[in-house]
Design a protein around this ligand. Structure first.
Ligand code: PMP
Length: 360
């Protein structure tokens, strides 16, 4: 189909604001050390891979997903040790859950509020659903600006507040007392997004049951299954039951569910990988802090945010040396000259450090 036909006949069918958006860009990492997307760099040991292959090969792919999804939900409830009375719904990654939440809360005038810089999908879900997005700037030390958050909550009365804990791309946790005051001030839902939980020293999970308007969102992506696409949202049963009505009936495939169940049966393998990555993170922090002109921020995730003298130059130099990281400088004025480095294998991290040092 030519572009001319799209312009004349079909373009008016697509919403104006969508036409002016950029599609979510995934960088081509072919031949590069891929440290741009907080993936777990390790795979399963070959014997487990072969066993998983047999399990997937035996599935009835001619049938729609069925009771295996109940097994997966139960396995996740056990794995996360969810408190009594909490229910859990599944998403095709937590990205899908963020979209479903915006859909479920699309009442006239509704707003979504989140600290910025933060995970881009919160703002994107609001825009796509036609809701207002209120971004509240972090302080320059990348902590929550409590007064600004509380003022914005009071003024805007948001339907959803997102707190990524730890945050992406700044990688740190929030002060728990500040979270508590935000939760108490919230007129609507608060979603604590624990995508980076495998690498974090703290979790909100023990406080979940005390607040019926708080939801906990997690994903298996950072655990080691980014390609599988399984996220979940947990919270008070009646609230989850309402949001679950928006979910497309077969959003999680039989293949995704079986791969996730297999991973949970072998959780010890993934937990050992996460432990190794946490150790690697500690080593990287020390090495980064010694590089002249490089400022790393404390991390509770499998990424480290650093400020360098010239991020564009460092990014290009690192790529030329075969290492792909994320240049987040243009995301927000607070992130000027910042790069986000995913923690990789020991070999990848050594290459990344060398490439960074040579590119400053
Ligand atoms: N939440 C946060 C804070 C993230 O950084 C990401 C992805 N990087 C996600 C959610 C989405 O994760 P997924 O869709 O892979 O489950």
């Amino acid at each position: 189909m030519t572009d001319a036909i799209l312009s004349e006949r079909l373009r008016p069918l697509i919403r104006q604001d969508i036409q002016s958006m950029q599609a979510y860009a995934v960088q081509d990492a072919a031949g590069l050390v891929k440290l741009d997307a907080m993936e777990n760099p390790f795979t399963l040991p070959p014997p487990l891979q072969a066993e998983l292959g047999r399990r997937l090969g035996a599935l009835a792919l001619n049938r729609y997903p069925g009771p295996r999804l109940d097994d997966l939900r139960e396995a996740l409830v056990r794995h996360a040790n969810l408190p009594e009375g909490c229910a859990l719904m599944l998403g095709n990654g937590s990205d899908e859950l963020i979209s479903l939440l915006a859909m479920a809360c699309d009442v006239p005038g509704a707003a979504i509020l989140a600290p910025v810089p933060g995970f881009v999908m919160y703002a994107m879900s609001a825009q796509l659903q036609g809701l207002r997005f209120i971004g509240v700037d972090l302080r320059p030390d990348f902590q929550l600006d409590e007064a600004a958050m509380l003022n914005a909550i009071e003024r805007e009365r948001p339907s959803i507040i997102y707190l990524a804990y730890p945050n992406n791309p700044t990688a740190g946790l929030w002060d728990d007392a500040v979270i508590e005051r935000i939760v108490r001030a919230a007129p609507g839902l608060v979603v604590i997004d624990e995508a980076y939980q495998p690498f974090s020293s703290r979790s909100y999970i023990d406080r979940l049951a005390s607040h019926p308007h708080v939801l906990l969102m997690r994903t298996l992506s950072k655990f080691g299954l980014a390609g599988v696409r399984i996220g979940y949202l947990a919270g008070a049963q009646p609230l989850i039951a309402e949001i679950d009505k928006v979910r497309p009936p077969y959003n999680v495939s039989v293949l995704n569910a079986e791969a996730a169940l297999f991973a949970l049966e072998h959780a010890d393998v993934y937990e050992a990988q996460a432990a190794l990555l946490r150790e690697q993170r500690a080593g990287l922090m020390r090495s980064l802090a010694e590089l002249p002109g490089v400022q790393p921020w404390p991390s509770d995730a499998n990424m480290i945010l650093v400020r360098v003298p010239d991020a564009a130059r460092a990014f290009a130099g690192m790529k030329q040396r075969g290492v792909l990281v994320k240049n987040v400088s243009k995301m927000h004025s607070l992130l000027v000259n910042c790069l986000r480095l995913t923690v990789g294998t020991p070999e990848e991290n050594a290459r990344m450090l060398q490439a960074l040092q040579a590119s400053l």
